[in-house]
Unconditional design. Structure first.
Length: 426
């Protein structure tokens, strides 16, 4: 049985291609039915995020391989499959298992070690499982992937160091205010960096978020996503005294916060400190603000140094994580290979039980005809032994005649015999 992973991501395809092959929540269940309805596919799962679309399948043996899955992916989205081929990667068995473990652990993410992908993979698995698209094999594989991701988070520092300015800003805020649940954050701007900062703040249970922007509608659209409130940029000076944390990232050509405004806010706060992060270029906060006693002001250059240190730390941790992935990939493949042995054992046991029943039936008839019990027991033991040993003995004699030493050695190991393979046939 084969495991197949087919997909494209931020490294292999531009955003316009990734958008074309995305699976939204409204079509995902139907898509899973289509995927698992393909002749080669036994089980299936679809992972679709803004940075990747991937299909994970267990395949029936000798049923056509990956091409039917690639063709289906193109047809489903109204695309010529040949048009997708330059952007796709295909992973099979060992490579597929390793790829999934790396994806789930954040080792294949745009931001190395980011934790959001684990939740996205768990959601994809839950939907596939609830839709009946996964079974024993993919169920075991994905549970294994979740455990590996947890181990990597626990045993390495892959997620401990900042690798974005927003992450670094929130990390500094946590150093100054150990408990963010009692703090208010004022975010100025409504771009990607501010959104990312809001996400990190919410993850660390910030007490309250206020979003200010030149366009109030944009501020409101961002604020409601994080349970916050919005205000116009012109109202920042009046609301600044409420802010324990201020993060600003606008495109203003001139500073929007001066030393005088901040001094007035500090007086109203009775000189409780304000942590300020200016991520804008050019700067949103006048440099003189950093001279004030109760202000902790960090600029983009300060954060860049932290980000560079964080990237170095994460890359070191990623090396440890890759070793964990390699170990658990082999562990899973060992379990997968053992399934073949289980089937073989079940077949062999069924054959022996059939022989037993045949001999037992003959022994019962002998007892019913009045044969002595001791004679019947002897017949039973002799007949059953001969029937069980006949076919393997014949095969071993043939292997000896043909010089198949490897088969004789395997039998020697399997049967745990003391004799040397090839010394004498049974």
């Amino acid at each position: 049985m084969a495991i197949l992973a087919i997909g494209l991501n931020h490294n292999t395809a531009p955003v316009e291609i990734r958008e074309r092959v995305a699976f939204g929540p409204d079509i995902l269940v139907g898509a899973l039915r289509g995927l698992t309805g393909l002749a080669p596919v036994r089980e299936g799962l679809i992972l679709s995020t803004c940075n990747r679309t991937e299909l994970y399948c267990s395949l029936h043996p000798d049923a056509g391989g990956e091409q039917p899955v690639i063709d289906w992916l193109g047809r489903f989205h109204g695309l010529d499959p040949a048009h997708l081929l330059p952007y796709l990667y295909t992973r099979l068995d060992h490579a597929a298992v390793s790829h999934l473990l790396r994806v789930t652990s954040g080792l294949d993410s745009m931001v190395l070690g980011e934790p959001q992908i684990l939740g996205q993979v768990k959601t994809a698995f839950r939907i596939a499982r609830d839709s009946g698209a996964t079974g024993k094999l993919l169920g075991r594989l994905f549970q294994n992937a979740f455990a590996v991701a947890k181990q990597i988070r626990t045993d390495t520092a892959i997620g401990n160091s900042p690798v974005s300015v927003a992450f670094a800003a929130v990390g500094l805020a946590r150093q100054i205010f150990s408990d963010l649940s009692a703090q208010t954050a004022l975010l100025i701007g409504a771009g990607e960096t501010i959104e990312l900062a809001a996400r990190h703040l919410c993850r660390h249970k910030i007490g309250r978020i206020i979003v200010a922007n030149r366009t109030v509608e944009r501020a409101h659209g961002l604020a409601v996503r994080f349970g916050g409130s919005a205000l116009a940029l012109t109202a920042v000076a009046d609301r600044l005294p409420e802010a324990d944390i201020l993060i600003t990232s606008t495109a203003s050509p001139l500073p929007i916060l001066g030393k005088g405004t901040v001094e007035r806010a500090l007086r109203r706060r009775r000189h409780h400190p304000i942590f300020m992060v200016d991520i804008a270029m050019p700067r949103d906060i006048e440099p003189e603000v950093g001279e004030l006693k109760d202000v902790y002001l960090y600029t983009l250059d300060d954060l860049r140094n932290l980000v560079l240190e964080g990237l170095h730390s994460r890359r070191e941790a990623a090396g440890q994580a890759e070793e964990i992935v390699a170990f658990h990939t082999e562990e899973f493949l060992g379990w997968l290979r053992s399934l073949d042995a289980v089937t073989l054992i079940q077949d062999y046991r069924a054959r022996v039980e059939q022989l037993r029943d045949q001999v037992l039936d003959k022994a019962r008839r002998r007892l019913e005809s009045g044969k002595p019990a001791e004679e019947v027991l002897g017949f039973l033991a002799h007949s059953l032994t001969n029937k069980i040993l006949h076919q393997p003995s014949a095969r071993l004699r043939q292997a000896g005649r043909e010089g198949r030493e490897e088969l004789l050695e395997a039998a020697n190991e399997l049967l745990q015999l003391d004799g040397k393979a090839g010394s004498s046939a049974p």
